[in-house]
Write a protein that binds this ligand. Structure first.
Ligand code: SF4
Length: 304
């Protein structure tokens, strides 16, 4: 059994144990993913398969992402691709988001439902740790419309120590998905004393701005969870410090999450409010044909 708990070697064939098996299905505001520049104000049918290809000791969703022999098998419902797409449509969703745990180990399921959802006019989204093999990235990207990708740290040591993984494949996925035209946003969960140094934050911000300054960067507040409870919740001033570092690198859209704060979108050209949010949903938009109504600056995103 692989560490993801979704794959098993059965007579020399690596088989998927998780095809169509879901531990969660809910209609969420797309802002909750978070995706702030992709179909704002719409609902996304959000699903999860149990298991993950990382082992983050701070995982906020560990009860469904981390296999635990003592806890026994996960309660799951098996949902075939046709039923999934029908459910998304009947719940008034504009997209299906594979989220909460990690979508990559569920690739065969994704490829089957994503073909159907595209034909039905739905968009396909991954909320992912970015830990793709090259083959899985190529297979998924053709059917993906948007992804929120974690860059958890800019240190390979952090990934190895706290996630059981490594950094280079994550950065390669971000670059590749961006190059293939998938709308991407980045998330970093800021853990005091672990990934919050100026050096690390400058590294992440510089990497994002090197790709495109209009890629949104979400800096999330950490709360102690699972096996990693040494650090306190992220102090608000550290979230603001990270936001300032993003701005110093020219990033146009840096947002703070997991805490009540101003998470509106302001025009990088003139500072006008263009998208107003109330916690995790859209309150109003003044965009006019993808542009700021005051100065005409193009606000990058997928708006319709
Ligand atoms: S990648 Fe995400 S879901 Fe997987 S263990 Fe890490 S935090 Fe949890």
């Amino acid at each position: 059994l692989g560490i993801c708990a979704q794959r098993k070697n059965i007579y020399d064939t690596i088989c998927s144990l998780s095809y169509g098996k879901l531990v969660a299905a809910a209609s969420d505001p797309i802002e909750k993913k978070p995706l702030y520049h992709f179909l704002p104000g719409t609902l996304s049918y959000s699903i999860a398969s149990p298991g993950c290809n990382m082992r983050c000791s701070f995982c906020q969703n560990w009860t469904i992402s981390q296999p635990d022999k003592k806890r026994g098998s996960y309660p799951v419902n098996t949902v075939n691709p046709e039923v999934l797409v029908r459910s998304a449509l009947s719940n008034g969703c504009a997209s299906i988001a594979y989220t909460y745990t990690e979508p990559v180990p569920g690739l065969e399921y994704f490829l089957d439902y994503a073909n159907l959802s595209r034909k039905a006019g739905l968009k396909n989204i991954f909320i992912t740790n970015g830990y793709f093999s090259e083959e899985s990235l190529i297979a998924a990207s053709g059917l993906l419309d948007a992804a929120n990708i974690d860059i958890k740290s800019f240190s390979d040591g952090f990934y190895r120590k706290l996630c059981g993984a490594s950094l280079p494949p994550v950065l390669r996925s971000v670059e590749e998905l961006f190059a293939r035209g998938v709308w991407i946003e980045i998330t970093t969960l800021l853990i005091p004393g672990e990934n919050d140094s100026d050096t690390e934050l400058n590294g992440i911000a510089s990497f994002i701005s090197g790709l495109d300054r209009s890629i949104p960067w979400h800096i999330s507040r950490y709360r102690p969870a699972y096996k990693f409870t040494e650090s306190p919740p992220t102090p608000p001033e550290d979230l603001e410090r990270a936001k300032d570092i993003g701005a110093a690198h020219g990033l146009e859209y840096v947002y703070i999450g997991n805490i009540m704060t101003d998470n509106n979108t302001y025009c990088p050209g003139c500072g006008a409010l263009v998208l107003e949010r109330e916690y995790m949903s859209l309150k109003s938009s003044s965009l006019e044909e993808k542009k700021c109504p005051d100065c005409g600056y193009e606000i990058r995103g997928v708006w319709e």
